[in-house]
Write a protein that binds this ligand. Structure first.
Ligand code: DGJ
Length: 525
């Protein structure tokens, strides 16, 4: 079986690779790393060896794949696959096609140089952007042809090994800088009638009157019309591209989102991309895409994950912020949402200590980041590597066990939501567990983790930055007594204790900034 996403016996969408559940402990590379196999060899793979990742998320560039129309060059793709196999890593490929971050960056020169055929979206009538319009079917068709060629090549060269387990179609699509496209084609379509599927989406469905079917986008959707118009056209384009690729080789596919954010004006974030409030429309119009995936640089990790795990959307986080909180958020992603995977961005910068002549990327331009309203701390990887290495080590040794727990109800996750959050009480079947959050330093991970029930009178606590106390259930006549407390680690999915914490250490039921595992056994008397 090729990699696929299917519900497990508890109905939880799960990624299967070689027919076994697979949790993606990933890291996404900087955009340009894969353009040079030598750079990958010398700078990237050595940096990644220190992190127990099982998956590397890496771009494939249309401009290098099809430099001349109809002529394909697989040198970079093949070398990436060979290097990944040697390093024993799986790959998720990012198809940098017509659109990357709301712009047209990676289209080949024969597309860029022919604005007549591959026309640009306009900020206002007659004022072109440098982004190919989503209404340009010639561009969508050219992209679909290239993408299906890539997928056919992957099937032929990797259909058995399954080094590539998933493919992302484009990257953070949408139109930046205006609320919609004003190109001639867009003007005509926007002022024309609304397609039946969008009338249905507007709730006008079968009872649509003659008046409705003649209505313009603004008549039907009012203020939301420009964004829904763009969403509709990006959905059509992505469906065309993804379905062409799937027809050749049906690997799981995702589309990632530049999130809607302050000031929440379409165009200040890419307009027409898969933002949470239109996930229902994406699900309806883009059936070839298996999931919509948030790139989480905002601080409300829980809020974003809640939104992107609604409507049965499997949560996969292809890009997570690079500061140390990423080393704690990863526990919540798997513990709370049964995430398929987690992946900080710029992973080659996150080795526990940067070697000389390291691949560390230059810091992003603060002015650009401020204009985009992006919190710069999300881009700082200082110190993250050492914490991430530990968190990934803990998780990588228990992926089989975690996979079995998906949907059983035996996993109870927690996260510190904001600076006022002191802790929480999680109910287990026989007792309550009080978690008090600790740490609170911006240069360290936050408080997050999960408890795993272990029989009636035991549990494991996994994660970082918290203290634990066992409480009798409210109203119960029984008291709770700690029978045994062990620190340790999972190794190949089996808990292996190191110290038994008793005597003075018995009061130290806590885990600090470096992630850990504690095993509790208790009795009621
Ligand atoms: C989000 C994009 O998806 C990535 O490719 C990268 O550009 C990061 N932002 C920021 O560096």
């Amino acid at each position: 079986m090729i990699p696929n996403i299917a519900p497990n016996s508890y109905g939880i969408p799960t990624l299967y690779v070689h027919d076994r559940p697979f949790l993606i402990l990933g890291g996404e590379l900087h955009n340009s790393s894969c353009s040079s196999p030598v750079y990958m060899e010398e700078q990237v793979w050595p940096a990644l060896r220190a992190l127990p990742l099982n998956t590397v998320i890496a771009p494939v560039y249309w401009e290098t794949l099809e430099p001349v129309e109809g002529s394909f060059d697989y040198t970079l793709v093949d070398s990436l696959l060979n290097q990944a196999r040697r390093e024993n890593k799986k790959l998720i490929l990012l198809w940098f096609g017509i659109w990357k971050n709301g712009e047209t960056m990676y289209a080949p020169s024969w597309i860029k140089n022919d604005p007549g055929t591959y026309f640009r979206a306009c900020y206002s009538p007659g004022n072109p952007s440098d982004t190919v319009s989503p209404l340009c079917s010639a561009a969508t068709e050219a992209d679909a042809r290239a993408f299906s060629h890539l997928m056919a090549h992957l099937k032929e060269t990797d259909g058995r090994d399954n080094t590539v387990i998933m493919v992302q179609v484009e990257n953070e699509i949408g139109f930046l800088g205006a609320e919609r496209d004003f190109s001639e084609a867009a003007q005509k379509a926007y002022h024309g009638t609304v397609p039946p599927v969008m009338l249905e989406y507007a709730g006008r469905g079968t009872e649509a009157s003659a008046h409705d079917t003649n209505s313009s986008w603004y008549d039907v959707f009012g203020e939301a019309a420009p964004e829904l118009f763009m969403t509709y056209h990006y959905c059509l384009a992505i469906q065309r591209i993804a379905s062409a690729g799937k027809a050749e080789y049906p690997l799981p596919m995702n589309v990632n989102a530049w999130l809607e954010q302050f000031p929440e004006l379409p165009g200040s974030y890419p307009c027409g991309g898969p933002i949470a409030k239109y996930m229902d429309l994406w699900k309806k119009l883009v059936p070839s895409i298996d999931m919509l995936s948030p790139d989480i640089y905002l601080s409300d990790f829980k809020g974003v994950c809640d939104a992107y795990s609604a409507l049965g959307n499997p949560l996969f986080i292809p890009e997570a912020r690079r500061d140390p909180v990423t080393a704690s958020n990863v526990f919540y992603a798997f513990g709370q949402y049964n995430a398929l995977g987690f992946s900080p961005f710029g992973i080659e910068d996150m080795q526990p200590s940067l070697p000389e002549n390291s691949a560390a990327a230059p810091a992003p331009d603060p002015a650009v980041m401020a204009a985009l309203n992006i919190d710069l701390s999300a881009f700082s990887s200082t110190g993250t590597g050492v914490y991430l290495q530990r968190s990934y080590t803990v998780l990588s040794q228990m992926t089989g066990f975690l996979s079995q727990l998906r949907g059983t109800g035996e996993l109870h996750a927690f996260i510190r939501k904001n600076e006022h959050d002191k802790g929480c009480i999680l109910p287990l079947p026989e007792i309550d567990v009080k978690l008090t959050y600790t740490g609170f330093r911006p240069d360290q991970p936050g408080s997050a983790g999960f408890l795993i029930e272990n029989g009636r009178h035991g549990f494991y606590a996994v994660g970082c930055q918290f203290k634990i106390e066992l409480l009798a259930k409210k109203g119960s006549e029984k008291k709770v007594s700690l029978v045994r407390l062990e620190e340790g680690d999972f190794i190949d999915d089996v808990f292996c204790p190191s110290r038994i914490l008793n005597g003075d250490e018995r009061m130290q039921a806590a885990i600090g900034p470096m992630a850990g595992v504690l095993r509790f056994e208790f009795c009621l008397y």
